[in-house]
Design a protein around this ligand. Sequence first.
Ligand code: CMX
Length: 136
Amino acid sequence: MAKLNHIGIAIQDLPRMKELFQLLGSDISHSETVPHQGVIAHFVPLQSANSNIEFLEPLQDSSGAVARFLKQKGPGIHHLSFETEKGELDSLCDRLRKNGFRVLYDQSDRGANGMRINFIHPASCGGILIELMEPV
Ligand code: CMX
């Protein structure tokens, strides 16, 4: 079973979200600009769940997926991200395509933490955007 690596949340007010998670007992461990995806990703480890929250802040003047999401829906849960074992991403995407799921990229992209990433479109996933990733 792929591991839940993180829950991505599109945010508008980083200091307030940081304050909230500090009160809950966690904090941002690192932040990374991912130009391809038009975001700054801020990771908050959830040690008890062996997973993470990813705050997604759109890059200034970005017209990327997160900027569009914020414009259409406002802040909130943006995607779930599942991590496969190394070398399994492409075969998983092939199996998903064969089973009628709409995988976004023909070739995987490069995401935060150097991961290879791809996505399943929310229209074929019960309204949830799913990211799939594997370590390089
Ligand atoms: N979750 C659920 N539904 C979503 C969604 C999301 N995150 N983003 C868009 N949608 C819905 C829209 O509300 C719309 O629904 P309706 O048709 O019911 O109105 C529909 O999807 C629109 O889809 P679209 O016309 O194909 O185009 P969008 O411009 O809205 O883009 C998508 C949707 C999935 C193609 C785009 O978000 C995308 O390319 N995502 C992958 C990349 C990404 O999300 N990167 C950011 C995170 C990167 C990281 O973690 O580093």
